[in-house]
Design a protein around this ligand. Structure first.
Ligand code: SF4
Length: 382
């Protein structure tokens, strides 16, 4: 196990809410706040730096502000970051964190060490963050779906997962994927604000090249994301190019079928020039035939992208009655034949491993199991 994180002590900084959370405010919003408080305009830059570069969670630590200014802020605002309440560590170094929100709801974030270098140290330190408490989209292979949607996360709660894990880590987090609990594009305003802050030159955040947003496929929001100019990577949970099969796996396909979804992906590529990642879980006898592989290869010629083959992980830790129990992962020889067929057609194929499967932190496994109060989501790209 690497020492990216110190041993969990159960202690985390928690400042109770007094007013609106300052954490999650953009620089533009901070400018309005300091103007309203009668402070000089440059104070907004100082506060922005304290929050997202120096990562302070106490107004008293903002030492270049006068005591009177700190008191004004403390009287009007809070500095709230989700609290790490527990952690599970996988034998492969993946760590799953259960975080409590101010209203006692809980979410999960996952740390995945990836691209291990020969010396043994991972080159990339990726975190997977949640964007909603639960999810309304009901994909059959996903444990989060069992929670239904409780609510969207605020910008501060999305960014707070990064801050909580970064404060706890001994080295810089290099990559962030919006692939935890929830459908990020259903909470697009807050996701875009989080991206704006993370990629701002005055923060120790993460560059847009190292950010990935995953979606089950919401065409209007994909176009909006393309038009926003944030230029992050986009991953789409595809899983089939047959509407009947895809609708079985992902009910959202009944509302937005492939004829609706694919043009929005073409639009995203044209606007951003970023190759799309097509996430594909192989299910035995359902979407793993040669014909399926040929169709997928054809798609990557129409919309430039790569294919991530993701193992199907059982999610019976959430409920034995889940519909996912009706599906089985493709047998190794069938999966191998599918991947070979794609590669024969010069498709870039990444075969994902099952990081964190032993702690229910792998693709599709995140969900708060209320009876066990353990978190166990989407697709994790390490
Ligand atoms: S896979 Fe993603 S969009 Fe589908 S239910 Fe799970 S969290 Fe929601």
């Amino acid at each position: 196990m690497d020492s990216f994180f110190e041993s969990f002590t159960g202690m985390s900084t928690f400042i109770p809410m007094i007013g609106e959370n300052l954490f999650g405010m953009t620089l533009t919003e901070l400018r309005d706040i300091v103007a309203e408080a009668g402070m000089e305009a440059y104070r907004a830059n100082q506060i922005f730096t304290w929050l997202y570069d120096k990562h302070v969670t106490d107004f008293n630590e903002m030492t270049n502000l006068s005591k009177a200014q700190r008191d004004i802020l403390a009287a009007r605002y809070s500095l709230y970051v989700p609290v790490i309440v527990s952690e599970r560590v996988s034998t492969d170094g993946t760590r799953k964190f259960l975080l409590a929100l101010e209203d006692k709801l809980e979410i999960e974030a996952v740390y995945i060490p990836s691209e291990r270098e020969s010396a043994g140290e991972p080159k990339r330190h990726t975190i997977c963050v949640s964007t909603q408490v639960g999810c309304p989209l009901d994909c059959v292979f996903c444990a989060t779906a069992s929670m239904k949607l409780k609510r969207n996360l605020t910008t501060g709660e999305i960014l707070g997962q990064w801050l909580a894990l970064q404060r706890y880590a001994s080295r810089r987090i290099t990559n962030l994927v919006f692939m935890g609990m929830g459908e990020p594009l259903l909470n697009l305003d807050n996701v875009l604000r989080a991206v704006e802050i993370l990629t701002h030159e005055m923060t120790t955040g993460i560059g847009s090249r190292h950010l990935t947003i995953s979606t089950a496929g919401l065409p209007r929001e994909i176009r909006r994301l393309a038009d926003s100019g944030v230029n992050v990577k986009l991953a789409v949970s595809l899983h089939s190019l047959d509407d009947a099969v895809r609708s079985r796996l992902m009910p959202i396909n009944r509302k937005h079928n492939l004829a609706d979804l694919l043009p929005s992906l073409e639009y995203y590529y044209r606007k951003t020039r970023k190759r799309i990642t097509f996430e594909y879980i192989l299910f035995e006898g359902l979407n793993d035939s040669e014909r399926d592989a040929v169709r997928l290869a054809k798609l990557t010629r129409r919309i430039p992208g790569k294919v991530n083959i993701i193992p199907f992980h059982q999610i019976d830790h959430v409920s034995k009655t889940l519909r996912a129990m009706d599906f089985a992962p493709s047998a190794p020889d069938r999966a191998e034949a599918f991947i070979s067929r794609l590669r024969k057609d010069n498709v870039t194929v990444m075969v994902r491993n099952s990081s964190g499967v032993d702690i229910d932190a792998a693709c599709g496994q995140l969900a708060i199991n209320s009876s066990r109060r353990h978190v166990h989501n989407h697709s994790i790209v390490a």
